[in-house]
Design a protein around this ligand. Structure first.
Ligand code: NAD
Length: 368
């Protein structure tokens, strides 16, 4: 956890806190990046190799995502050093120890992230009563179960069709990463009449230009199966999904999957970024040069954090879905209009909008 730390500017971070509790084995970091708009919301990541640099970059990404979504929340992130697959009793001890450590840091509201889940949030809630992404039984909205992020992506895609002369009914789409985000994106797009022509998970996947059966795929994944188990279509290796020609390509797996080495293989009208940072900056610019519309990650995949903010207010699933639709459709339109008007990339437009909002929020704060 020792490394040089570069990210420091007029926006933040507001606080960087290291925790070490030898009695529980807790080693953790919390970065509260910016709280001008309200208490920071951001996930708690558990992994063996987490670092301050990663935590700070993720905290800044949350500042921009929450600002872009127009939420009354700033951005923050926390990391706990540990193997998320450790015995459950050890994990509970560590997470409870972390929750105790952040008890008085009321500017930070914790949520789930890689390596933590709704059960971890229930433990945090038991200790500090200040978190999102909790189980339904204690008033949470299980965002992966309802498909908050996938729903938001489908809303962003529907708006984007107005900017590339595409009818969503009959439009073809492919999904890289048929997990929580990918499955629900497929479900909502299929409900709007779009046709899933390719899908992969980590094991590989299937392609069918006439359309894969989304319900059958969901049933397979629901019992822990693989996309390859679908009794339909042609089997492909997982990295071959980039070659599937379609109108909408949805990365929903890992970062850095579209690079200058493979961008020439992508043949699509829209790239809707479910995963965080799925494309390099150069590859994004190359796609835009070719006329592909990019829906930047922190605009298009904000459904989860919007859902968390609604949960924090004590409202329910219906309000969460309405808020996701309202905010993501307005923000996507705003980004695509600004990009067109100012002749900049959609990412540049999105970053400018988010930065402006954070600065405006900062201007309303007392200076002492
Ligand atoms: P998940 O673990 O439920 O699903 C990931 C899927 O990707 C799995 O099906 C896995 O088999 C597949 N996969 C992994 N590596 C792959 C590879 N190399 N090629 C093809 N498929 C691969 O995760 P998720 O919650 O759906 O999140 C997916 C991405 O979206 C992550 O980058 C996450 O950070 C981002 N994200 C998630 C949310 C959310 O609400 N869950 C919100 C914002 C962003």
């Amino acid at each position: 956890m020792t490394e040089p730390f570069a990210l420091r500017d007029e926006m933040g971070p507001e606080k960087i806190i290291h925790f070490h509790d030898p009695s529980t084995g807790l080693q953790a970091i919390l970065v509260i990046d910016n709280i001008a708009a309200g208490p920071a919301i951001g996930g708690c990541r558990m992994a063996v190799d987490v670092s301050l640099d990663e935590c700070a970059r993720l905290a800044r990404a949350m500042t921009l995502k929450n600002a872009a979504a127009g939420l009354p929340h700033g951005g923050g992130k926390s990391v706990i050093v540990g193997d998320p697959k450790m015995p459950i009793a050890d994990k509970e001890k560590l997470v409870r120890s972390f929750a105790h450590a952040i008890k008085d840091l009321t500017d930070y509201i914790v949520g789930p992230d890689m390596g933590t889940d709704e059960t971890c949030m229930a433990w945090c809630h038991d200790v500090i009563g200040r978190c999102v992404g909790m189980p339904r039984a204690i008033g949470g909205i299980p965002l992966d179960e309802i498909g908050a992020t996938g729903y938001g992506l489908s809303v962003a895609i529907e708006v984007a069709t107005d900017y590339c002369d595409l009818d969503l009914k009959g439009a073809t789409f492919a999904i890289q990463g048929f997990g929580s985000v990918g499955i629900h994106t497929a479900r909502f797009l299929a409900a709007k009449g779009a046709v899933l022509v390719g899908a992969v998970d980590i094991h590989g996947g299937k392609v069918d230009p006439n359309g894969l059966d989304v319900d059958a795929l969901m049933a397979i994944k629901g019992v822990g199966g693989r996309v390859l188990d679908l009794d339909q279509g042609r089997s492909i290796e997982r990295d071959a999904i980039i070659d599937v020609e379609c109108d909408i390509w949805v990365p929903a797996a890992r970062p850095d999957v579209i690079t200058m080495d493979n961008v020439h293989r992508l043949n699509t009208k829209i790239v809707a970024q479910g995963a965080n940072i799925p494309a390099s900056a150069e590859a994004e610019l190359e796609l835009e040069k070719r006329g592909t519309l990019i829906l930047p990650d922190f605009i298009a995949n904000a459904g989860g954090v919007i859902c968390g903010a609604v949960e924090y207010l004590g409202s329910g699933e219906y309000q969460a879905m309405s808020m996701i639709a309202e905010k993501i459709s307005a923000n996507t339109r705003n980004v695509l209009e600004s990009a067109k008007r100012d002749g900049v990339s959609s990412r540049q437009a999105a970053v400018t909008i988010a930065n402006d909002r954070v600065r405006r929020a900062m201007s309303y704060r007392k200076t002492h």
